[in-house]
Design a protein around this ligand. Structure first.
Ligand code: NAD
Ligand code: ZN
Length: 344
């Protein structure tokens, strides 16, 4: 089958013919229909310090996908050929304390699809049945293909109650924008998003944020005034990994404010801990999605009017993956998705 493989320990990604994956008794084989390119895939493409320390060359990459079930193992009794599914990208151990207690998203031995095991940028992908999410009718294939990053956004945006609250999102990448849309949908009063990139601020405006601001030219304190806020933001969603964005957020939180951090910093960040202590802030790290409450919440929010379709800005054929990665690299993109329906 055709697959996008990280076959060499250097920059790049190569289209190759590889053997179709085989299924075990608990597995499901899926014919891939659409995939999303994630920032992680770009790191693997670029072969940065993180990628070269984690990735074994020979790996088929990719973890954001939707597809159709084409084969099931003999133990799989609740899935049928033809069903439209996505896969949770973390394959958990099932035996650690957290897994046994039903907190699978906190498994310490998680294996990443397209990172530690072969992924979905291919004609077929195989996953354990416990990683399969069956899509409800009415969810478009394109949206279904980005349930993985939408799940990051939902998990972060709903980490703390947002009803009636003033929410600050730092970083208007695809995940920050989707998180802003979710906070709006979940009843936040004001949702302010910051990003130095004008393309991305414009994209954020399409999902109905109160304001999209350039942190280099607009002080958040001024925004607070403009919106007649009394004390500061109640909830912060850190979606940039950028040190100054995080420090800006800390300086603009209300007493007792709550911050959920999804952004992955590329370096250590020094902060003024006095702000955390004296303002009694809560900081919470967020990784992945909850299995499977986040997936359920995504589905019901989409069914009740959450619209994130504008975050998909580039659609291309899988053969044009180089253009897709270039669009991602430019920063002037939202989600880039590849169409795998025709592989002949
Ligand atoms: P992205 O890189 O596309 O977006 C980050 C955005 O932050 C960019 O638009 C950039 O312009 C902006 N930014 C840079 N400096 C800023 C500043 N000072 N203030 C405000 N914004 C600033 O990333 P994404 O795909 O949207 O993902 C968001 C973050 O979440 C990334 O850091 C990513 O690595 C991380 N991530 C974490 C998980 C997890 O499970 N924890 C999963 C997926 C992604
Ligand atoms: Zn575990």
């Amino acid at each position: 089958m055709k697959a996008l493989v990280k076959s060499r320990a250097e920059r790049g990604l190569w289209l190759e013919d590889v053997p179709e994956p085989e299924i075990g008794i608990n597995d499901v084989k899926i014919r891939v229909l659409y995939t999303g390119i994630c920032g992680t895939d770009l790191h693997i493409y670029e072969w940065d310090a993180w990628a070269s320390s984690v990735i074994q060359p020979g790996l088929t990459i990719g973890h954001e996908f939707v597809g159709e079930v084409v084969a099931i193992g003999s133990n799989v009794d609740d899935l049928a050929i033809g069903q439209i599914v996505s896969g949770e990208g973390h394959v958990v151990c099932g035996r650690c304390r957290n897994c046994l207690a039903g907190r699978r998203h906190l498994c310490a031995h998680t294996m990443g699809v397209g990172v530690n095991r072969n992924g979905a940028f291919a004609e077929f992908v195989v996953l354990p049945m416990s990683n399969i999410w069956q899509h409800s009718k009415g969810i478009s294939l394109e949206i279904a293909s980005i349930f993985d990053p939408l799940g990051n956004a939902v998990h972060t945006a709903l980490a703390f109650p947002v009803l009636g609250e003033d929410v600050l999102v730092t970083g208007a990448g695809p995940i920050g924008i989707m998180a802003a849309a979710v906070a709006r949908h979940a009843g936040a009063r004001h949702v302010v998003i910051s990003d130095p990139n004008p393309y991305r601020r414009a994209l954020a405006e399409k999902v109905g944020v109160t304001l999209a601001v350039d942190p280099r030219t607009t002080l958040l304190a001024k925004i607070q005034n403009q919106l007649h806020m009394q004390e500061g933001f109640d909830v912060g969603l850190e979606m940039s990994g950028n040190p100054s964005a995080f420090r800006d957020m800390l300086s603009n939180m209300s007493h007792g404010g709550k911050i959920a951090m999804l952004g992955i910093p590329s370096e250590q960040i020094a902060i003024d801990w006095n702000q955390v202590v004296f303002n009694q802030l809560t900081l919470r790290g967020i990784y992945g999605r909850e299995m499977y409450e986040t997936w359920y919440m995504m589905t019901v929010m989409l069914e009740t009017g959450l619209d994130i379709s504008s975050v998909i800005t580039h659609r291309m054929n899988w053969r044009d993956y180089e253009d897709g990665f270039s669009a991602m690299r430019s920063g002037n993109s939202g989600k880039v998705i590849l169409d795998w329906r025709d592989v002949s």
